[in-house]
Design a protein around this ligand. Structure first.
Ligand SMILES: O=C(O)CCC(=O)C(=O)O
Length: 292
């Protein structure tokens, strides 16, 4: 992104609509390397695909190749977030290789914020975001993202229909009954498609309602999604504590050699010093209807 005005525009869109797209964040070489390594991991992986059938794959690849440490600390993305005027950026500790399979189904509507009981949930500022790097051109035909703009801050009819307790259901464990219903797989009049070119970046607020189209092509649709906290210095103390509890961060020596050094400054560290907020994925009083 070349100008300050563009960065402001993206910031505004992320706050107002809950998402934005920035083109050409990965250079061709790095995107090709990620594509190659991700294809290898997908082939090696023994994940039961029927366990994650709506996603395609849902593999945590972070420590399986140094390329993912580079992605977590990818400077153009961090520069972008700084240009968008976000302060302390922290890696939340997870990343996923979400590879939609040839002719794979659509993903169901859901949102991923887990601290709905905390009043900070009603604030406009994005606190937790996913950065999605599409590794191939992605459109309606091969399963691009869909979002309901504004749903990170305003309650839609769909919110009342979501069965979601867990965000990502293991369909082999008999959780299907409570995991998804008809409404979560339907079209929605407020839905917007989010196509993205290979190497582009989609940033979205964890609270945003999102889903995907089906992959109607015979080719894989790879995506690497990384979770971050923004403006971590302004996080309520009890959410910071929850971050420590939940992810039990340690100095990043999970990678071999010094590969993890690049990630060190992004990791949430420290011992528990106080009460942590309890997690609750179901939006309550802090998600208001438009006219309230
Ligand atoms: O597969 C995609 O394009 C998006 C997946 C996603 O955002 C999610 O699993 O929450």
């Amino acid at each position: 992104m070349s100008t300050q005005a563009q960065a402001r525009e993206k910031r505004y869109q992320l706050i107002e609509e809950g998402y934005c797209v920035i083109d050409q964040v990965l250079d061709h070489e790095f995107a090709a390397e990620l594509r190659r390594v991700s294809a290898r991991i997908r082939e090696e992986e023994e994940q039961r695909l029927d366990a994650v059938k709506y996603h395609g794959t849902l593999i945590e690849p972070a420590y399986r190749d140094p390329v993912y440490a580079r992605l977590i600390a990818w400077q153009p993305s961090l520069d972008l977030l700084a240009a968008m005027d976000f302060g302390e950026v922290r890696w939340e500790g997870s990343m996923y290789l979400i590879n939609k399979l040839p002719f794979g189904p659509p993903l169901y509507w859901h949102q991923d914020w887990v601290w709905w009981d905390h009043p900070v949930s009603s604030e406009a500022r994005p606190m937790q975001v996913f950065l999605s790097y599409y590794l191939t051109d992605t459109s309606v035909r091969n399963g691009c993202l869909r979002v309901i703009p504004g749903s990170q801050l305003r309650r839609f009819d769909l919110h009342d229909e979501l069965l979601i307790g867990p965000g990502h259901v293991d369909w082999t464990k008999g959780e299907e009954a409570e995991g998804v219903n008809q409404a979560m797989l339907l079209d929605h009049p407020a839905a917007v498609d989010v196509p993205a070119k290979s190497g582009s970046l989609v940033i979205a607020d964890a609270r945003l309602l999102h889903s995907t189209h089906a992959n109607q092509t015979p080719r894989h649709r790879p995506l690497v999604l990384v979770w971050y906290f923004l403006d971590f210095q302004h996080f309520p103390a009890e959410i910071k504590e929850a971050c420590k509890v939940e992810y039990d961060f340690r100095p990043p020596n999970w990678w071999e050699g010094d590969v993890g050094n690049a990630v060190k400054h992004l990791v949430v560290q420290g011992r528990r010093t106080g009460e942590a907020v309890s997690g609750n994925r179901v939006p309550g009083v802090h998600l208001r209807r438009t006219k309230e």
